[in-house]
Write a protein that binds this ligand. Structure first.
Ligand code: URA
Ligand code: URA
Length: 251
């Protein structure tokens, strides 16, 4: 029974990823048989490219988007998003930095001033520290993936509102479904509490492995908090060593 449930969980995750990558139909063996009986779908479809199944179109990748393509689609949506009032005050939406093929995803809180101006997450002072933290455990910034809970800057960098988090969360969910990282690092209170659906403070969440949709998640202090409280760097280093260990074990 336990095995079946584990299998169903994995099957669900696999199908969810297929869906965000563009797959719309899955043929079961019995259905394939029936398609054959109905005969020559391919033959008549082949006359008109618009009628062809996506996977039969020349130059297509099996009706399935690559991770990069799926994220480009998402970026287009986020650019024009008006789901919360922050779209009125932002310079631009800030979706991501790093690799669509990343195995490690870092999630922060929201873009600040520099991020809002450049359209890239974690490029200001906290971002420079994050880059050092990433490099301290042997990764390159370009090979991991970096994003935030909110894709728009809150005025004067105030804390995100619950309503803003709720409006923006589906985008983060899609990002994680597309990437399927081996490990997630939640930076600070808002990322950790949002992903783990908890109100436990970051000081108690950090230091151990949690799970987001079956993916190991390591909460740690936000780099901006480290700039204010340099004494927290030792614990952050412990968390990063834990992240590296979990990552090595998941490979
Ligand atoms: N190596 C990768 O290719 N991606 C990561 O996210 C980390 C290490
Ligand atoms: N702080 C964050 O949480 N995210 C950024 O992108 C920059 C600063």
């Amino acid at each position: 029974m336990g095995d079946l449930q584990e299998f169903l969980k994995l099957a669900k995750r696999y199908l969810q990823q297929e869906m965000v990558l563009g797959t719309r139909e899955v043929y079961l063996p019995s259905q394939q048989g029936r398609e054959k009986e109905r005969g020559t779908r391919k033959e008549f479809a082949a006359q008109d490219p618009a009628e062809m199944d996506r996977e039969e179109r020349p130059g297509s990748t099996g009706g399935r988007m690559s991770k990069a393509e799926a994220l480009q689609e998402l970026a287009k949506e986020v650019e024009k998003c008006t789901r919360c009032p922050l779209h009125k005050t932002r310079t631009q939406a800030v979706l991501e930095d790093g690799s669509p093929e990343a195995e490690v995803v870092f999630v922060g809180e929201a873009p600040g001033r520099e991020e809002d101006l450049q359209g890239i997450p974690f490029v200001g002072r906290a971002g420079k520290l994050l880059t050092k933290i990433i490099e301290s455990i042997g990764f390159k910034r370009e090979e991991v993936y970096i994003t935030n809970i909110l894709k728009s800057r809150p005025p004067n960098n105030r804390n995100p509102l619950a309503s803003e988090i709720e409006a923006c969360e589906p985008y983060l969910k899609r990002q994680l479904e597309v990437i399927q990282p081996k490990v997630i690092c939640a930076l600070g209170t808002f990322a950790a509490q949002t992903l783990l659906k908890t109100t436990t403070p970051i000081s108690r969440l950090r230091g151990s492995v949690h799970y987001y949709e079956g993916i190991p998640l390591i909460p740690t202090y936000h780099p901006a908090a480290l700039l204010r409280n340099p004494g927290w760097k030792r614990e952050t280093w412990e968390d990063m060593k834990l992240l590296k260990k979990v990552y090595e074990e998941a490979r």
